[in-house]
Ligand binder design. Structure first.
Ligand code: ZN
Length: 306
């Protein structure tokens, strides 16, 4: 039976309901060389983000995928502490973000070494925290993959194949996703375990369709954000459903988070926009409960479980 690997252990599908596939509890978007990078008191993060997770649980959200890999301040120890303080399961990432966030050790490492590092985190634990990585998160530049990003992706494809894991990538352009899928397949893995993060940012919807038909997950994760109104997302969802591709849709908000660059971690955004505002609008657009269950409960479990 496939299970979702979380900070509170492996979960069966019947233990979970609605899962948000792309949110953040702790992120530092400065680069690794900045003073104070990725540093915070764990108790401060619990104070700021604990109530947000408690509110999410009250809104019927059963788990969220924390999409911060190495490069943007990953702190599995903090995720574990916040998760245990609130009894709310988070899914933690292995993997490395794109340039210029790739740290020097990863530039120096070879593909075999990166494969081994990710495989160890996916099958064992992250940095002696007791947290097992649930999936791989990485990224690619908007104009195509750099040699370092290609090395990380090839290593990720191999680590994902060894462990049966998903690879989620922050990729804004569909033509770059096309290259990523080619690389993953050339490493013997499959487009079906690839999650196209920020697929809503690609202006050409035909590229969403192309990648969904090829098997990739199409993640619309800016819901409730500044960029695109609910109608934009609903339009794309209806088109994917019409094309018979409801089984490839993921919905999330890319919200949160404690930011060490801000005094007191800044002001977090609630994780409840989808449950409180977006799903009622999706129902008004004629999407029935069975389909909503598919795209908010079943699909994220299928995408990330192993
Ligand atoms: Zn994100």
């Amino acid at each position: 039976m496939p299970q979702l690997i979380t900070t509170l252990g492996a979960k069966d599908q019947h233990e979970l309901g609605l899962i948000l596939p792309h949110e953040h509890v702790f992120v530092d978007l400065r680069t690794w060389d900045q003073p104070g990078y990725a540093r915070a008191e764990t108790s401060d993060v619990i104070r700021l983000m604990g109530p947000e997770l408690t509110r999410a649980a009250a809104a019927g959200i059963s788990a969220l995928v924390e999409c911060s890999p190495v490069g943007v301040g990953r702190r599995a120890d903090i995720l574990k502490a916040v998760s245990e303080a609130t009894n709310f399961p988070l899914v933690a990432a292995t993997g490395i973000y794109r340039e210029p966030w790739i740290p020097p050790w990863a530039h120096a490492a070879g593909e075999d070494e990166l494969d081994e590092w990710m495989t160890n985190e996916l099958l064992g634990e992250i940095e002696q925290t007791g947290v097992q990585a649930g999936f791989i998160k990485l990224s690619a530049g908007d104009n195509g993959l750099t040699p370092a990003e290609t090395k990380v992706l090839r290593a990720a494809a191999r680590a994902a194949r060894h462990s049966g894991s998903a690879i989620a990538s922050h990729t804004l352009r569909g033509r770059v996703v096309r290259d990523q899928l080619d690389i993953i397949e050339s490493c013997g893995y499959t487009a079906h375990r690839f999650i196209w993060v920020h697929a809503n940012v690609e202006p050409d919807f035909s590229l969403n369709l192309e990648m969904a038909r090829r098997g990739a997950w199409i993640e619309y994760d800016g819901i409730g954000g500044q960029g695109q109104p609910d109608e934009y997302f609903i339009g794309r969802i209806l088109k994917l459903l019409d094309a018979g591709l409801g089984e490839r849709i993921l919905l999330s908000q890319d919200r949160g988070w404690y930011d060490p660059a801000q005094p007191g971690g800044g002001k977090p955004q609630a994780f409840t926009y989808i449950t409180e505002h977006f799903l009622p609008n999706l129902r008004l657009a004629g999407v029935d409960e069975q389909v909503i269950r598919l795209i908010t409960c079943q699909n994220p479990f299928s995408a990330f479980s192993r």
